[in-house]
Ligand binder design. Structure first.
Ligand code: GLN
Length: 224
């Protein structure tokens, strides 16, 4: 199985280690040629505006956009989630959003005071203990389309106050933080920064399912 990691900026090494740990040798993607024959791609956490500029200067933006539009399975974490979404609020006006998953996200949307925190998430479809999630200047989902499946949310009862290092809400909002649409999985947090590999395993199983489907019906530019 050939899984690429967009290696222009951000936590490429951490995703690479995560994939290696579960027995998948990753391919670093820096140039358009590196996309050839990929079964899936990871867009890492980092800085979506910087990555967006590097996508343009490396010539990867258009060919990667084409692959994603044709249904290339993708995992986006944090900045990667922003790049895979349909709209980014508070981004650069020329920032690339691939629209691989029907989400509107607000960059750094968790507030200025407590931009980073950790919490435990109950994830639909993942068995075992709750998933420890690290949020670092994370994108906040403001809207999601009907095709988006929400696998985990962050909830805090109205009136609760996030302490230092805890989720910063106290307004009763329920925010999607792990979402899936077809073969695209996005996390507002950083599964690559914790030792739990269940999100990467889920993605690898999605890539495997997609490969099986493609042997039956070849991927085309239409209908995805
Ligand atoms: N705030 C960053 C951005 O807008 C994302 C932060 C992250 O990936 N940890 O791209």
């Amino acid at each position: 199985m050939d899984i690429g990691i967009l290696a222009l900026q951000g936590d490429v090494a951490e995703h690479s280690a995560a994939l290696s740990e579960i027995g998948v040798a990753p391919r670093r993607v820096r140039r358009p040629d590196d996309l050839t024959g990929l079964d899936g791609i990871i867009l890492p956490g980092g800085e979506s505006t910087t990555m967006s500029m590097l996508l343009e200067s490396s010539g990867l933006a258009d060919p990667l956009g084409k692959e994603l539009a044709a249904g290339l399975p993708a995992l986006g974490t944090c900045a990667g989630m922003i790049l895979l979404s349909t709209h980014a609020v508070d981004g650069r006006s020329d920032q690339r959003c691939f629209g691989a998953i029907d989400l509107t996200v607000r960059r750094n949307g968790f507030g200025r005071q407590l931009e980073s925190f950790e919490c435990d998430l109950v994830v639909r479809g993942l068995s075992g203990a709750p998933l420890r999630a690290v949020f670092i200047r994370a994108p906040l989902v403001e809207a999601s389309g009907p095709a988006v499946e929400v696998l985990a949310t962050l909830e805090q009862p109205a009136g609760a106050h996030g302490g230092v290092g805890e989720a910063p809400f106290g307004d009763g909002r329920v925010v999607p933080v792990l979402c899936r649409q077809g073969a695209v999985l996005v996390a507002a947090f950083h599964p690559e920064l914790t030792p739990d590999r269940r999100v990467h395993e889920l993605f690898v199983s999605m890539v495997e399912d997609d490969r099986v489907k493609r042997t039956e019906v070849p991927r085309t530019d239409e209908g995805r």
